[in-house]
Design a protein around this ligand. Structure first.
Ligand SMILES: Cc1ncc(COP(=O)(O)O)c(C=O)c1O
Length: 459
């Protein structure tokens, strides 16, 4: 009996017409050539409902009409993170090759969970992971996988830390040590893992120092809780300030006391490529687990976080899912990314990074990240010289924090709104030491001086 003709087209069969393919490729071409959403506030959900209406119908709208909705309306609402004026949060500026490979990855039909399903792609991902591990100076056996983002990476790393803690007889009442500068996902992860967060005092720049960590550990020891420590979480590039904790001293203490050191370099890790700041990361090589988000500073599209373990052999015990249909994979000695994080099905999301690195070479990455830092320095100097602005010393890597003399919180919000209305930049205020300040984060080497001159003129 012949197989029925499916109602839906499949990849590789005649359902995809030449015309459909050309339409989609043309839309892709336009996006890659820079036809993007303008810098503007997005419409409300109600406006979009009126403008677009119900799209999911029994008959389908067809490719042309559906694509038009995407290209002309939906993809134009919101601010693209690779816009040169995207200075809020942490932007991203993918290479066209990484973006295209992201599409090709989907078309390839491969799953990145286990070697059997996606050996070649996992092999490529592992090359990219190796490059990152070498940048950080992790040991030769370091390995891991790519997960969706820093939040997922932090969570999985802490699951692995708790696994070691339990394997050594640790019970309930586990403790994590972190400063207030640690990313919000650390507190959420601790909550999910039922761990208490003990806050280590930060120095004047918001960093964890070895001395302050030692003091917190001594206080725990005095309470008879030394055995309860699951991990120390250090930050290499704090989201709010760009500061890097005192990694060498922290790592030394962690080694001495046999405490798991997790380093969150989700934002800062990209700058390991930049020789001009590499020494600030000294000690990162002592991490038991490390995360770096290529979707922040390594020029790939969302969503992509590299999660690395110094001793990967003990990690699968934390994540391996016990199910009869998975027995063969679980028993195999091959590299299976599903065993290194809280996930099972996964796309090989590290492949666009591997591809972009393979195409452009690591020198282009180093040079571009140095350019990002140089641009940041020039903008920082303009702010420092501005008569109405005060640069905050804690600004590190590509983050700039500053005050506008005489302004209160609503004034910063007004300025941010005007910047967006005038199509200059997306900026959002933040806080430093309890006061509202402005925070800019430069991630795009295409940020123009004319843009920031307009921005500063409005202050
Ligand atoms: C230091 C740090 N850790 C973790 C995260 C969370 O990353 P994601 O948004 O990819 O989940 C961020 C995000 O900005 C970050 O800056």
């Amino acid at each position: 009996m012949r197989a029925p003709t499916p109602a839906l087209p499949g990849i590789g069969d005649a359902g995809l017409t030449h015309e459909s393919l050309e339409l989609m490729l043309e839309a892709m071409r336009q996006a890659l050539l820079g036809q993007r959403a303008p810098m503007a506030a997005p419409a409300s959900a109600a406006t979009l409902q009126t403008q677009v209406g119900a799209c999911i119908t029994a008959q389908g709208l067809g490719l042309q009409a559906s694509l038009k909705l995407f290209t002309e309306v939906l993809s134009r609402q919101g601010v693209p993170t690779d816009h040169p004026g995207y200075l809020a949060y942490i932007g991203s500026a993918p290479t066209p090759e990484a973006a295209l490979m992201d599409g090709l990855l989907s078309a390839s039909g491969m799953i990145g969970s286990g070697w059997l399903g996606g050996a070649g792609l996992i092999w490529a991902e592992n090359q990219a992971l190796r490059w990152l591990a070498d940048l950080a100076g992790l040991p030769a056996q370091a390995a891991g996988c790519f997960v969706s983002g820093g939040t997922a990476g932090n969570f999985s790393a802490l699951v692995a830390a708790r696994q070691r803690y339990r394997a050594r007889g640790g019970g309930r009442d586990g403790v994590l040590l972190a400063t207030e500068g640690a990313h919000s996902s650390i507190v959420v992860s601790a909550g999910l893992l039922d761990l208490e967060v003990v806050t280590v005092a930060a120095d004047a720049l918001g960093r964890m120092t070895a001395a302050n960590l030692a003091q917190s550990l001594a206080a725990l020891a005095a309470e008879g809780r030394s055995e309860h420590v699951v991990a120390v979480v250090a930050v290499a590039g704090s989201t709010n300030t760009g500061q890097i904790d005192e990694l060498s001293g922290i790592g030394r203490i962690a080694r001495q006391q046999q405490i798991w050191l997790h380093v969150d370099a989700a934002y800062g890790g990209a700058f390991l490529c930049a020789a001009s700041v590499r020494d600030r990361f000294q000690g990162i090589e002592l991490a038991d687990s490390l995360i770096i988000d290529p979707h922040k500073g390594l020029f790939v599209p969302y969503d992509c976080c590299a999660l690395l373990y110094a001793a990967p052999e003990e990690v699968p015990a934390a994540f391996t899912q016990d199910a009869v249909y998975l027995d063969r994979i679980n028993a195999s000695q091959a590299c299976n990314p599903m065993h290194y994080a809280f996930h099972l099905s996964r796309r090989a999301r590290g492949v666009p990074l591997w591809f972009s690195l393979a195409v452009h070479g690591t020198r282009a990455y180093q040079d571009t990240l140095e350019q990002v830092l140089a641009l940041t320095e020039r903008l920082r100097a303009c702010i420092a010289e501005h008569p109405r602005l005060e640069l905050i010393e804690a600004s590190g890597l590509s983050v700039i924090l500053f005050r506008r003399l005489g302004w209160q919180a609503p004034d910063y919000d007004d300025w941010a709104q005007r910047c967006l209305q005038e199509g200059i930049a997306l900026v959002v205020p933040s806080e430093w030491q309890g006061q509202t300040v402005m925070r800019l984060c430069v991630m795009n080497p295409r940020l123009e001086e004319a843009r920031w001159t307009r921005l500063l003129a409005m202050l």
